[in-house]
Design a protein around this ligand. Structure first.
Ligand SMILES: Cc1cc2nc3c(=O)[nH]c(=O)nc-3n(C[C@H](O)[C@H](O)[C@H](O)COP(=O)(O)O)c2cc1C
Length: 300
């Protein structure tokens, strides 16, 4: 997830209980080809995060080819192509969800990514259609290119995130892929590990991708942890560790507001959390956060 799953946060998730596979934020192929030194931090990972897949977005097949080669060079375990992002600035480039409307280009991008990827698996993350559900047509188009996996967010581009994910359609994708080697991974509204397992079973899927669920519970992937048992002190300590990672990775390179988006992940679930969060949201840097936490309210 953009501005979320960088090394700073993945390290926290790995500590709490890691998923089977990590994914990076989506990264611009054009940007990387233009100047890859600008993406060193986004492309940074540690061995302990493996297996880790890098996700790229763009619309130029030749740039996907070059980025795939770079992914091999950097030691990633797989490459994912974003064909689902509804962001205007992404779609304006003909990338993300715009590729759902451009089958030929989408296929060419997969082909070139695979060519650059050598033995690395190449997957596509996408939606069920653009303005309307067209699972059969769109998924069949993608399957022709024999991707290692399709990760299907169970909504159309038009639906954004405003309706519940259509898991029955994700199941249809699995049906379409049944005589192929392509794995089908479902995505959309998964709330906890039990929910993930149940959906994989109910819809006969090869895997589940989790996005926003991690915001509600950084211990999402750890079945031994009951989030209700986690003490406020533990959450605060984890947040401070995240801030520390954030500063190590970005130093002054990213606005501190990006980090503030995570406060709710850590500062919630106890009486007084909201008040503390409100105070923390006024901060402009890590120093101010630590000043507030050194003058704790009654609950800390
Ligand atoms: C803050 C944020 C950033 C996201 N960034 C990406 C991204 O970089 N690449 C991507 O494929 N999807 C991205 N998504 C979409 C999610 O991966 C996912 O498809 C969507 O949120 C639905 O799944 P969920 O209900 O598990 O969150 C993002 C979502 C959010 C909320």
């Amino acid at each position: 997830m953009a501005n979320v799953t960088d090394w700073a946060f993945r390290k926290i998730v790995a500590k709490c209980g890691r998923p089977d596979v990590f994914y990076t934020e989506f990264l611009s192929c054009d940007g990387i080809v233009y100047d890859k030194t600008r993406f060193e931090k986004e492309l940074y990972f540690e061995k302990s995060e493996k297996p880790i897949v890098v996700q790229f977005f763009g619309s130029k097949p030749e740039n996907f080819y070059k980025c795939a080669q770079l992914a091999v060079e950097l030691g990633f375990d797989g490459i994912d192509i974003n064909m689902g992002c509804p962001d205007r600035s992404v779609e304006k480039q003909g990338a993300g969800a715009a590729l759902i409307k451009n089958n030929k280009l989408a296929q060419k991008i997969i082909k070139e990514t695979k060519r650059g990827a050598g033995n690395l698996p190449v997957s596509v993350k996408t939606r069920l259609g653009y303005n309307k559900i067209e699972t059969k047509e769109w998924v069949s188009t993608l399957l022709e290119m024999k991707p290692a996996a399709l990760i299907i967010h169970g909504r159309t581009r038009k639906e954004m995130s405003s309706v519940p994910a259509h898991w029955d359609e994700i199941s249809l994708a699995k049906e379409l892929a049944k005589d192929t080697q392509t794995l089908i991974v479902g995505n959309g509204d998964v709330v906890d590990l039990n929910d993930a397992r149940q959906k994989a079973k109910d819809y006969n899927l090869d895997g589940i991708m989790v996005g926003r669920g991690i915001f509600a519970n950084p211990w999402f992937f750890n079945e031994k942890v009951d989030i209700g048992e986690i003490k406020p002190e533990q959450r605060i300590e984890l947040m401070l560790e995240h801030i520390d990672n954030f500063l190590k990775l970005w130093s002054e390179g990213k606005n501190f507001d990006v980090m503030k988006k995570f406060f709710k992940v850590y500062i919630s679930g106890w009486e007084g959390a909201k008040e503390l969060r409100t105070k923390l949201m006024t901060t402009k840097n890590a120093k101010q956060v630590s000043d507030i936490l050194n003058h704790p309210g009654p609950l800390l």
